[in-house]
Design a protein around this ligand. Structure first.
Ligand SMILES: Nc1ncnc2c1ncn2[C@@H]1O[C@H](COP(=O)(O)OP(=O)(O)O)[C@@H](O)[C@H]1O
Ligand SMILES: Nc1ncnc2c1ncn2[C@@H]1O[C@H](COP(=O)(O)OP(=O)(O)O)[C@@H](O)[C@H]1O
Ligand SMILES: [Zn+2]
Lengths: 250, 250
C-alpha cells in the first residue's frame, strides 16, 4: 500500500492535543478524560474536550450537556457547548434521538470525526482532551493521520484481560509515534465503607505495574472503585469534591 | 444506497448461532459468553465459541488457549481448539505476537471475521456462541449480513452511561431483526466478605430494569461483583464452581 504523505493540519486556536485512550472498553477512559480536563483548568489552562467515541458517546451524560447546538454568525462553524468552563463537543450531541444506535461502517465514522475536528470552533484553547473509543481501529488511525497529537494518557484496570488489551493500545501509540505521558490504573480496589477493609475485586497481581516496566511507561497513579467516582449525573468528582484524595491525583 | 440482496449462508454443521453483545465495553460480555457456553454444554448441548472482538480478543485468556493451530487433512479448513469440551476460535490465536495491536480499518476486520466463520470447521454443533466487540459498527453489520443469527443475549452494568450504550446496542439488534432472549445485569453490587454489607458501587437506581420494561425485554438475572468471577487464569466459574449461586443463574 503506497504510504500517502499526509500532512497533519493543526486545529486553529488549539495549542496541544491530548488523547485519553486504553484499548479496553469500560475501564474509565471518559471518566478520566473529564476529570483530567477539569484538573488542567483548575491550574489555569483553557481546556476543551472532544468525545471521539461515536458508538458510545458518554461525555454528554458525564457533563449533563443538552443537545442544543448553535452555529457562528456566517453559519460555517459549530459553537462548542460550555460547561464548568470547558468547551465540549460530542457525536452524541449531533443525534436527534439519543437512544438511536449509530450503526455505521468505519468510513462514515471517520468522516464524522473529521467534521468534529474541522467544523467546530475550538479557538482559544491551551489543551484539547480527546476521549478515544475502545479498540485500535478506524478512529485511532484517522486521528493520528489528521492531527498533530502532542501526547496521550493510557487508562487500565487491574485484570489480566484488560492489561492484554492495553498493551495492544500502547503498542499502537508507539507505532503512531504518539508520546505516552503515562498510565493511570482505575478500579484498583474497593474500600468497604462499613468495616474499612480493602478488597482487590479485579485482582492485585501488579500486572499493570509490570507492563509499565516492560514498556518503560510512567505509572501516574491509581484510583479506587468508589461510588462517588461513579457519577453519572453531570458532576465529575474533580468539580464536586476538589479536595478529595482522588482529585489530588489529577 | 442500493440494498444488496444478501443471502445469509448458514455455517455448515451449526444448528443455532447466539450473539452475546452489549454496546458498552468492559461490562463482562466475554465472561458471560464463556460461562453461557459452558452452561449450555452442561445441559448436554454441543457448543462452540467464536471471539469476534478483533481489537480485544479475551477468549484465549479466559480459556487459557495456546495459539497452536492445525489444518484439516486437505489443508482447506482450520480445526478449532478444544477446551472443556467447547470448540473455540479467536482472532487472538491468529496473531504471532499477542501484544501486537491489530490496527486495521473496518474493511480488513470484516474480511477476517468472514474467514473465522467460513474457514473454520465448526461441524457438529448445536449452538455457536459469538462474543461480539463493543459498539455498533462494522463487525455487527457483517455478522448480521453474513449469518442467520437465531438470537442474542445482551449484557449491561448498572451505570447510566452503560445503560445508554446498551440501549443503542439493543435498538441495533431490533433494526437487524435479531431476536433478543433477554438481558443480564453484571457487577450489580459487591458483598463485603468481612462484614457482609452489600455495596452498590455502580449505582442502584434500577435503570437496567426500567430499560427492559421500555423495550419489552426479559430481565434474565443479575451477577454480583466478585473476585471469583474475575478469573483470568483460564477456569471460568461455571466450570470451577458449578454449584455456586452465579453458576445457577446460567
Ligand atoms: N473508579 C471508579 N469507581 C466507580 N465507578 C467508576 C470508576 N471509574 C469509572 N466508573 C464508572 O464506570 C462507568 C464506565 O466508565 P467510562 O468512563 O464510561 O469508561 P470508558 O470510557 O472506558 O468506557 C461510568 O459509569 C463511570 O462513572
Ligand atoms: N461480576 C464480575 N465480578 C468481577 N469481575 C468481573 C465480573 N464480570 C467480569 N469481570 C472481569 O472484568 C473483566 C472484563 O470483563 P470482560 O468479560 O472482558 O468484558 P467485555 O467482554 O464486556 O469487555 C474481566 O477481567 C473479567 O474477569
Ligand atoms: Zn465490610
Amino acid at each position: 500500500q503506497r504510504k500517502k504523505r499526509i500532512v497533519k493540519k493543526p486545529i486553529p486556536g488549539v495549542k496541544h492535543i491530548l488523547c485519553v485512550t486504553s484499548g479496553k472498553g469500560g475501564v474509565g477512559k471518559s471518566t478520566v478524560a473529564v476529570n483530567l480536563a477539569l484538573a488542567f483548568q483548575a491550574c489555569g489552562k483553557k481546556v476543551g474536550i472532544l468525545d471521539a467515541d461515536i458508538n458510545g458517546p458518554s461525555i454528554p451524560k458525564l457533563l449533563a450537556l443538552d443537545n442544543e447546538l448553535h452555529l457562528n454568525e456566517n453559519e460555517t462553524m459549530i459553537i462548542p457547548k460550555e460547561k464548568y468552563g470547558l468547551k465540549c463537543m460530542s457525536m452524541g450531541l449531533l443525534l436527534d434521538d439519543e437512544n438511536a444506535a449509530v450503526v455505521w461502517r468505519g468510513v462514515l465514522i471517520c468522516d464524522t470525526i473529521k467534521e468534529l475536528i474541522r467544523k467546530v470552533n475550538w479557538s482559544g484553547l491551551d489543551i484539547l482532551v480527546v476521549d478515544c473509543p475502545p479498540g485500535t481501529g478506524d478512529v485511532h488511525i484517522t486521528l493520528s493521520q489528521e492531527l498533530p497529537v502532542s501526547g496521550s494518557v493510557v487508562v487500565s484496570t487491574p485484570q489480566d484481560v484488560a492489561v492484554a488489551d492495553v498493551r495492544k493500545g500502547t503498542s499502537m501509540l508507539k507505532e503512531m509515534k504518539i508520546p505516552i505521558f503515562g498510565l493511570i490504573q482505575n478500579m484498583s480496589y474497593f474500600e468497604c465503607p462499613d468495616c474499612g477493609k480493602k478488597n482487590y475485586i479485579f485482582g492485585n497481581n501488579d500486572s499493570v505495574k509490570r507492563m509499565c516496566k516492560d514498556m518503560s511507561l510512567d505509572f501516574l497513579g491509581e484510583l479506587p472503585l468508589n461510588s462517588t467516582i461513579n457519577d453519572d449525573n453531570g458532576k465529575p468528582f474533580v468539580y464536586s469534591q476538589p479536595d478529595s484524595s482522588y482529585s489530588k491525583i489529577f
